[in-house]
Ligand binder design. Structure first.
Ligand SMILES: Nc1ncnc2c1ncn2[C@@H]1O[C@H](COP(=O)(O)OP(=O)(O)OP(=O)(O)O)[C@@H](O)[C@H]1O
Length: 305
């Protein structure tokens, strides 16, 4: 797998001897394009992510993204159907064929609610959040961290099952920092790969001798929960105003007094978003709390992943 790619005619591509028709563009980023394609044989829709690899390092990063997808087989982590690297005219593209998740990103769902002046019911928040925690636990249990968890990197299927995507920033959870030079390398890497308004406090000013671990994701997880409750991330406004997110994350998160969600959910949020990583809980604990809240809420479907 991963070698046989050809562009056979306008509007169709072949990966691993299977033909796919281009349907429409889904998204475009700085160095990647995502298109909706249809399998010629199975009639299924897929998302084709094409990453432009401008140098050897970018190619290696795309290869790592492929390997991260292949490492997991879990309903809350996006799987990889096929992949290929195309080299032509000195340019390399990585092609990742992914299952198409119809409802789009969690962020797009939250944006729609905000535009309607509506909000997400607590039981729906708990159902989606539980699935996100479940996917994240699988990643952490294998000794890895996602590093860029945010509502635009969570897809939702038609049953509201969340699927973690964009595994391009993922790496080994435990990073031992020995000295100021290594600290600066980790900090620079985080500045590039971990979205600022979801970035854990310890990644803004990496200490010269410390351990960075999977609890960076727990901070981002808290920001995702906040976003589901308030329909914007806790530091989105600070970032948009040009104020310092690095400074803001040192203070305890403030939950607006207008927040109408249960005390239990608000307390869960506060206990996740702890500035000191040593005092931040693990995802297993968070998952237990979510299940406990669900069992106390009569309208919640507890059987969903
Ligand atoms: N499997 C999929 N199903 C449906 N939509 C998808 C899928 N994969 C990607 N998309 C859409 O394409 C967008 C970009 O995907 P992705 O985050 O993987 O690319 P990226 O270039 O790494 O993005 P970013 O630079 O924002 O991190 C997503 O936000 C989503 O809207």
């Amino acid at each position: 797998m991963g070698q046989a790619l050809c562009i056979c005619s306008r509007g169709s591509i072949t990966i691993d001897n299977k033909k796919y028709y281009f349907v429409q563009k889904l998204d475009e980023g700085g160095f990647s394009y995502v298109d909706l394609v249809e399998g010629a044989k199975d009639g299924q829709f897929y998302a084709l992510k094409r990453i432009l690899c401008h140098d050897r390092q970018a190619r290696q990063e795309a290869q790592t993204e492929v390997e991260m997808h292949q490492m997991f087989n879990h309903p809350n982590i996006l799987s990889l159907v096929a992949y290929a690297f195309s080299d032509s005219g000195g340019k390399t593209e990585a092609w990742l064929l992914l299952p198409y998740v119809r409802k789009g990103t969690l962020w797009s769902v939250l944006e729609k609610l905000r535009d309607k002046g509506s909000s997400m019911p607590e039981n729906q928040i708990l159902t989606i959040f539980r699935g996100i925690c479940s996917g994240l636990k699988t990643i952490h249990d294998k000794g890895y961290a996602h590093r860029d968890l945010k509502p635009t990197n969570v897809l939702l299927d038609e049953e509201d099952r969340p699927v973690l995507m964009d595994l391009g920033s993922m790496n080994r959870a435990r990073i031992e920092v020995r000295g100021s030079r290594e600290a600066m390398t980790v900090q620079d890497w985080a500045a590039q790969r971990c979205t600022i308004s979801y970035r854990a406090p310890e990644l803004f000013n990496v200490e010269s001798h410390c351990i960075i671990d999977e609890r960076t994701d727990i901070w981002s997880l808290g920001c995702v929960l906040y976003c589901m409750m308030m329909l914007e991330g806790p530091y989105d406004l600070i970032f948009q105003k040009g104020d310092s997110v690095a400074l803001a994350v040192q203070n305890p998160v403030t939950i607006p007094s207008t927040c109408s969600y249960s005390n239990g959910l608000q307390m869960l949020l506060s206990s996740i978003m702890v500035s000191n990583p040593q005092e931040r809980p693990g995802v297993g604990w968070v998952l237990d709390q979510v299940q406990d809240l669900q069992s106390r809420s009569p309208n919640t479907q507890t059987n969903m992943v």
